[in-house]
Write a protein that binds this ligand. Structure first.
Ligand code: ITT
Length: 206
C-alpha cells in the first residue's frame, strides 16, 4: 500500500566480500529508492585486488573498475555497480590503520589495537568510507566520515569490524557494537557516503 512498494527500485549490485556491508547498504538505500544485492560472478563474490599504499578513494575507484571489467560481456553488463573502501583512522597513530584496517583487524585484532592505545589519553578517531557507483556512463564517488573515540574496552556484539571499540561522537556514549544497525547507519560513515552518492545519482548527468 505504501507508494514506494509499487515503484520499481533501481537495483545496485554491490561488489564486496563483506556481507555486513551489503546488509547495511541495503537497509540504508531501501529508504532512498534503491535495492541492493551482492554482485556475484559464477555464484561467488568476486575477489577484488586492493592496491596497497593508496588512499581509500583510489582503492574504491580501483574496486569499481575491476567490478566493471568483470561484468563486461556478461548478462550483468548493464547493471549499476557499487563498491566501497573504508577504514578506521586513529588520530594519535597518524591515521593508522586507515587503508590497512581489514588486514590489521585480522592480524592485531581489536585487543591488539587497544593495546597500542593503552597509554594514550588522546583517543579521537574516525571511520571513513568512499562509495563508488558505476552506471556504465559514469563513475560517481562520495565520502562519509563518522568522528568518535576509541573505547577503553571491547563492548557490544552487533555490527562488525571495529564497531565494539568505536564510540561515535554523535551517539550517546555506546559503541557502534552496542547499537542496532538502524541507529548506527543514521550516523555512520557508510550511511553518510551512501546518502551522498544517492543524491549525486539523482542529478541529471552531464
Ligand atoms: P571489501 O573490500 O570486499 O568490500 P572488506 O571488509 O575487505 O570488504 P575494506 O577493504 O573496505 O572492506 O576494509 C574495511 C575495514 O574497515 C573492515 O574490514 C573493517 O575492519 C573496517 N570497517 C569499515 N567499516 C566499518 C564499520 O562500519 N564498522 C566497523 N568496522 C568497519
Amino acid at each position: 500500500s505504501d507508494i514506494t512498494d509499487r515503484v520499481d527500485k533501481m537495483l545496485l549490485l554491490f561488489a564486496t566480500g563483506n556481507k555486513h556491508k551489503v546488509s547495511e547498504a541495503s537497509a540504508i538505500l531501501s529508504h532512498l529508492g534503491y535495492e541492493v544485492e551482492p554482485l556475484l560472478i559464477r555464484e561467488k563474490a568476486p575477489e577484488l585486488i586492493e592496491p596497497q599504499a593508496e588512499g581509500i578513494e583510489e582503492v574504491a575507484i580501483s574496486k569499481i573498475k575491476q567490478a566493471r571489467e568483470l561484468v563486461m560481456g556478461t548478462e550483468l553488463e548493464d547493471s549499476v555497480l557499487l563498491a566501497e573502501d573504508s577504514g578506521l583512522f586513529i588520530d594519535s597513530l597518524g591515521g593508522f590503520p586507515g587503508p590497512y584496517s581489514s588486514y590489521v583487524e585480522s592480524t592485531l585484532g581489536l585487543s591488539g589495537v587497544l593495546k597500542l592505545m593503552s597509554a594514550e589519553s588522546e583517543r579521537g578517531a574516525e571511520f571513513r568510507a568512499v562509495t563508488a557507483v558505476c552506471t556504465g556512463r559514469r563513475v560517481i564517488t562520495a565520502t562519509g566520515i563518522c568522528r568518535g573515540q576509541i573505547s577503553g574496552e571491547i563492548s557490544g556484539e552487533m555490527g562488525f569490524g571495529y564497531d565494539p571499540i568505536f564510540i561515535p561522537d554523535d551517539g550517546d556514549g555506546r559503541t557502534c557494537g552496542e547499537m542496532h544497525s538502524s541507529e548506527k547507519s543514521s550516523i555512520s560513515h557508510r550511511g553518510r557516503a551512501l546518502k551522498a552518492v544517492s543524491e549525486l545519482l539523482n542529478l541529471p548527468s552531464k
